[in-house]
Design a protein around this ligand. Structure first.
Ligand code: SUG
Length: 444
């Protein structure tokens, strides 16, 4: 039996972090659209969370922000001249595209890719498919740079396979690991890969909000990864209608435990049965929270389930790492306390402050990509991207130097922000040892 651990790779929040109301069906994004943001507080909150996980004994990696505003994208729309002029003209003539080009959305690394660990893949490598994020314009700009970042972090093709995103078309709309939960007896043992899809690519979709993941995308990913232990389940239509734009808003799992809201799946009994049937060497434990105990609206506003469920070294029960919004919601807090008191699989609940991200619908679970790695695989990862006390200190100083502590929506059009962002990213590539051709602006 191989031993392995569940590492996390978090998206470092970028200097253009803002609230632009870009994601219909994500209630926090719509509610806070147009408000001012604090990119410096945002990145520091993200860094604190990464440090906390590293201190708890789990390998933690950093994924770099993308280049924003995305000038190459705006040029592809026909804007020309200097970069400053491209930005100015785009904001004047096509403000929706300009706003999309400025979003710091790559911070939500749960949407970076779907990952199949080596214990579950046909060729014994760890497989990654960057998500095409086809449903939202601003997010569809991410996958090529995400692939570059994953190749930087996982450079050895003998151990890691970083695929292209699926063909970017509505039939294959894919949102990555936000709709994937892996259950297992131990991280290094074969697992059950539960993939949750929102709509069938060839059926009419008439929900009030987009269903972002197609069944066909999930199938294609597991096929190209040669993934074993696959269970496909339909996300409940009611959950999507209520604002569950990804399954990870109402469901999280770790080891044998699947923790979810009553309304997570269209067919809960069928999903449980299929997970049980696919599990080899363990009995899955389902911890289901009823709508009576926690109405869906509270589950979404408190983000109880958008938490990190982790197995910490030396602890027999799991720890749930929730956003402070969970503690602030009396019903969600009562459920969290009940879990700990119950003698069930979750023995501890901790809280982290990621308020800046939360206001765009991104909780602790959204900010991280889980990657199960063996010791040998960890040794093959690009070391400078691993969080430790030194990197935490360096990145905290870097963010404090380069990030604004206030950003109004109109500031996104400021050409000085473009210059500041590039300076920050240029210095980041030196810190993370990427060479000087990682970003498009460095290659031109
Ligand atoms: O895709 N919000 C992101 C939040 C992603 C959360 N991820 C997971 N649940 N895994 C989204 O909706 C809002 C950007 C804005 O409106 O400015 C945004 O993209």
């Amino acid at each position: 039996m191989t031993t392995a651990v569940e590492a996390n790779a978090d998206g470092l929040i970028g200097p253009t972090h803002s609230y632009a109301g870009l994601s219909p069906g994500n209630l926090a994004s719509s509610l806070n659209g147009g408000q001012g943001s604090n990119p410096r507080a945002a990145v520091l909150q993200g860094l604190e969370k990464m440090k906390r996980l590293a201190d708890l004994g789990l390998p933690q990696f950093v994924l770099p922000p993308h280049e924003r505003p995305d000038i190459p994208f705006l040029r592809s729309l026909g804007f020309s001249g200097s970069d400053a002029r491209v930005l100015e003209q785009a904001w004047k003539e096509a403000p929706t595209f300009a706003a999309a080009a400025c979003s710091a959305s790559p911070m939500w690394a749960a949407n970076a890719a779907t990952v199949t660990p080596s214990a579950d893949s046909a060729d014994g490598r760890v497989h990654f498919t960057p998500a095409n994020l086809h449903t939202n314009l601003h997010r569809s700009l991410e996958h090529a740079q995400t692939k570059r970042a994953l190749e930087a972090l996982f450079p050895d093709p003998a151990r890691f396979a970083v695929h292209d995103a699926l063909h970017p078309v509505a039939h294959l709309a894919d949102e990555g690991a936000a709709n994937h939960v892996r259950l297992c007896a131990g991280h290094g043992e074969p697992g059950v890969n539960l993939l949750v899809w929102g709509r069938d690519a060839f059926a009419h979709w008439d929900g009030p909000w987009p269903a972002r993941q197609t069944r066909q995308a999930s199938e294609a990913i597991t096929r190209r990864h040669g993934a074993h232990g696959v269970v496909l389940a339909q996300q409940s239509r009611a959950a999507i209608a209520g604002g569950t734009f990804h399954n990870d808003v109402v469901c999280v799992g770790a080891l044998e435990t699947l923790f979810h809201h009553e309304l997570a799946f269209e067919d809960t009994a069928g999903t449980h049965a299929a997970v049980r049937a696919a599990a080899t060497g363990f009995d899955p434990i389902f911890v289901e929270v009823s709508s009576a105990d926690l109405p869906l609206a509270d589950a979404i506003s408190s983000y109880l389930f958008n938490s990190m469920l982790v197995s910490l070294p030396g602890e027999s029960r799991l720890t749930l790492i929730c956003p402070t919004e969970t503690r602030d919601n009396p019903r969600a807090h009562a459920v969290a306390q009940g879990l700990v008191a119950s003698n069930g699989p979750i023995g501890r609940v901790e809280y982290v402050d990621v308020r800046q991200s939360m206001r765009n619908g991104g909780g602790p679970a959204c900010l991280r990509l889980r990657v199960v790695l063996t010791e040998a695989e960890i040794d093959a990862v690009h070391g400078p991207m691993r969080m430790n006390d030194d990197l935490f200190g360096v990145l905290t100083g870097w963010a404090t130097r380069h990030y604004r502590d206030r950003l109004a929506p109109a500031d996104l059009a400021d050409p000085a922000l473009l210059t500041e962002t590039r300076e920050a990213l240029d210095s980041l590539t030196a810190i993370l040892d990427f060479g000087d051709a990682f970003y498009a602006f460095q290659r031109t």
